[in-house]
Design a protein around this ligand. Structure first.
Ligand SMILES: Cc1ncc(C[n+]2csc(CCOP(=O)(O)OP(=O)(O)O)c2C)c(N)n1
Length: 569
């Protein structure tokens, strides 16, 4: 075959280019070598940058972080078998949070699929329940079409991860290239505008509502509806709460912002939801971390539920009015129909609640470096402008509580799956997507160790990501539950044996700082902000037994909220 012959692997690269993919995160192996061979040329010619992570989990989280920070589709690639299986946690993470992602995996040759070939795994079967859609390509002639479809499905409607499993022989098969896009996909019609009658009913309910709350979810960020949400809130004087996924969708310093409700939300946001007469849910899914016991959640509220996914409506909470559509398009239609409302008793009451029940913590320097203080200082040091990624645990909840966000795509965290090890690789992806922003990963000493090897990736890519470890020596969030609900029987949570994180950072040629005293917090953060050519890790030693409050125990309700530590704990 001549040099000029066009192969399946060429089609892969050509589709990536036509989809405007300029960066892909991956880790090679035998089944994807032909694709990597074409990437070699694409990289050399400056068309696609490949970021070699140190673990496939790093690659998929980085692609996810890139997607969340930029709004574009993130792309990752792994080899068959072990490589593909190492993507699973990241694919499930993206699926739970509706992140547009295309995962390319190599597969063994078509002729030996199903024969337990070397490095074979049923990637298609395994990923079926954790992808929006997936493919096992069987014909090189269809590769380009399938890949175009994958991008289209990942980014349209309710976004999500799409996996394309590609047997290695197809990438070595000559094929023809067709310029045309993908064909119509039968049965796939992402909704746009809402039903006019439902919109009219919703507008009427909002205009007359006595105790309304606007409940904003991640769908608002995905559809770019933040400005419209704000206009709606202002026009109808709607106090607004947001989910973890929607941090920044509504500015947290806005007069109408009530913060995040639920398990570790603000007392006033939870109070507002519990006593509401009308909840206007936009792109949120009534997750159990918000509702607690759904049968006792917001007992008096009627619900208007706006969501792009019809499966979400009436799934957890019956809706008086359900509107299936894209949040931006629905709000564009709804806004002119809503009559201005004047704030009344309800709004005055909520305002009072917000003033009387603020977030609070022990800031006494005698008691060590409060994690909440560190985040407040980080907020100041970054002027509230950083892209904040988090791992999962207490630090994540403190980050959500104390790093107030003003913009969509500013807060990047594994909400649905709660994936430890997510934050740092996601920060790598976010920094690559947003080279001019300050990107910080707020981490626990447990979760940072799940993907810490990606320090090498960040160093090689010269990424100035800041990692702030709130180091309490424990798997803190699990210890907190054992503390409050299991008689302080701390089982399997002691992280004795932690490395010296500063030395570890230095071993990777990153910068490292240790903070053990409150007075060191701000100067160290300021110093870290000056480092622009490599990652910087700040190991902050915090009190081992600090807990996150408020807290509503899992499956409980507003009445069970602990606003501060129970007496005797
Ligand atoms: C991959 C994974 N394994 C286990 C858990 C369960 N889990 C949730 S929070 C947590 C503790 C996190 O500890 P750390 O990262 O040190 O943060 P901290 O809570 O101390 O801030 C654990 C083990 C999880 N969320 N993800």
């Amino acid at each position: 075959m001549s040099e000029a012959t066009f192969f399946g692997a060429d089609a892969v690269i050509k589709v990536l280019e036509s989809e405007q993919v300029d960066v892909i995160f991956g880790f090679p192996g035998a089944a994807v070598i032909p694709i990597y061979d074409r990437l070699y040329h694409a990289e050399a010619e400056g068309r696609i940058h490949h970021v070699l992570t140190r673990h496939e989990q790093g690659a998929v989280h980085a692609a996810d972080g890139y997607a969340r920070a930029t709004g574009k589709v993130g792309v990752c690639i792994a080899t068959s078998g072990p490589g593909a299986m190492n993507l699973i946690t990241g694919i499930a993470t993206a699926y739970m949070d509706s992140v547009p992602l295309v995962a390319l995996t190599g597969q063994v040759r078509t002729g030996i699929i199903g024969k337990d070939a070397f490095q074979e795994a049923d990637t298609f079967g395994v990923t079926m329940p954790i992808t929006k859609h997936n493919y096992l390509v069987k014909d090189a002639g269809r590769l380009a079409e399938v890949l175009r479809e994958a991008f289209y499905i990942a980014r349209t409607g309710r976004p999500g991860p799409v996996l394309v499993d590609i047997p290695v022989d197809l990438t070595n098969t000559p094929c023809e290239w067709h310029e045309d896009g993908h064909k119509q996909i039968p049965g796939y019609n992402p909704p746009g505008k809402g039903d006019p009658e439902a919109l009219r009913q919703a507008a009427e309910l909002i205009s007359k509502a006595e105790r309304p709350v606007l409940y904003v979810g991640g769908g608002v960020i995905a559809s770019g509806a933040s400005d419209l949400v704000r206009q709606l809130a202002e026009k109808a004087s709607l106090y607004t709460v947001h989910t973890l996924m929607a941090k920044g969708a509504f500015p947290e310093d806005h007069e109408l912002s009530m913060g995040m409700p639920g398990m570790h939300g603000t007392a006033y946001a939870t109070h507002a939801m519990h006593h509401a007469g009308l909840i206007i849910s936009v792109g949120a899914r009534f997750d159990d971390r918000v509702t607690g016991d759904p049968s006792k959640f917001a007992p008096e509220a009627e619900v208007i539920h706006i969501d792009i996914d019809p499966a979400e409506i009436n799934k957890v909470r019956r809706a008086r009015v359900g509107i299936v559509g894209d949040a931006r398009e629905v709000l564009e239609e709804l806004l002119p129909l809503v009559k201005p409302r004047r704030p009344g008793e309800w709004e005055a009451h909520l305002k009072e609640w917000r003033a009387d029940h603020p977030l609070s913590y022990n800031a006494d320097p005698e008691d060590g470096v409060s994690p909440q203080y560190v985040i407040e200082q980080l907020w100041e040091a970054t002027k509230g402008e950083a892209v904040v990624c988090t791992e999962v645990g207490q630090h994540q909840m403190w980050a959500a509580q104390y790093y107030r966000c003003r913009y969509p795509r500013q807060f990047i965290s594994s909400g649905g799956l709660g994936t430890m090890g997510y934050g740092f690789p996601a920060a790598i992806g976010a920094q690559i997507g947003c080279p001019d922003r300050t990107v910080v990963d707020i981490a626990g000493d447990g979760s940072i160790q799940m993907c810490i090897q990606e320090l090498a990736t960040a160093v090689i890519q010269k990424l100035p990501v800041k990692i702030v470890i709130l180091n309490n020596g424990y798997l803190g969030m699990v210890r907190q539950w054992q503390d409050l609900f299991y008689g302080k029987r701390y089982s399997g949570v002691d992280l004795s044996g932690n490395p010296d994180f500063v030395k570890l950072a230095e071993a990777y040629s990153a910068a490292g700082f240790l903070v053990t005293d409150k007075a060191q917090v701000r100067p160290t953060l300021d110093k870290a902000m000056q480092i622009t050519d490599r990652p910087c890790l700040i190991d902050v030693h915090t009190p081992p037994e600090e807990n996150v409050f408020p807290m509503i125990p899992a499956g409980k309700t507003f009445e069970d909220m602990m606003e501060t530590a129970p007496v005797g704990v």
